[in-house]
Design a protein around this ligand. Sequence first.
Ligand code: CTP
Ligand code: MG
Length: 222
Amino acid sequence: MAVALIVAAGRGERLGSDRPKALVALAGRPMLEWSVGVLRSVSEVERIAVALPEGWLDAAPAGTVGVAGGAVRSQSVRQALQACGAGDPVVVHDAARPLAPAELFERALARLESSGADAVIAAAPVSDTVKEIGPDGRTVVRTLDRSRLWAVQTPQVFRRAALERALESAGDDVLAAATDDAWLIEQAGGAVEVVESSAANIKVTTPTDLRLAELMLAGVRV
Ligand code: CTP
Ligand code: MG
């Protein structure tokens, strides 16, 4: 059976609200509760651990294991992994992605089981043309081949031994640089695969994203 880790310990500086981003009200309940609700409906997941900001452990939803997160995202993953108890594979999800559907978690878990990969991650093909800009911040260096570019999201699912090894062997500087955990697996020479997701699995970062998520969730409920 799988365990799920929801990282919710960020401050949400770019959103600029009066409380941590994961606890901001979204379509009638704290943002975090949307991900918890979806994960509860994924039958392979037997337990959910939530990394919360220091001083906010009371906000852990009923039935979840609350733990204080760290200074950077991957440290929060490490803290939650230590607190979650037995279970393999490990699902990692950002509370900031409240719209990820249960079907996406299930597809990632099924692929991990059927493939020899160490990790399977949700990602969406890039629709914009992406150019690399030089160190002056304005001159185009080159245009990347869009057909091979995917924008990475969560959920990300891992064989537990691979995730533990990657988190243990990474120094503080590597953890600080990691914007996703699959990169730590890549650094350690592990195999990572993608499952196709939709751009609708948005990450709530700014007030505009929050309004967009409100509209999308309201649409789901009617
Ligand atoms: N996160 C975490 N611990 C941290 C930093 C981030 O658990 N030390 C979590 C956030 O709660 C979020 C996810 O990682 O669910 C993605 O991070 P991001 O979208 O950057 O959220 P914040 O760090 O909260 O936002 P900001 O960067 O604007 O402060
Ligand atoms: Mg952040």
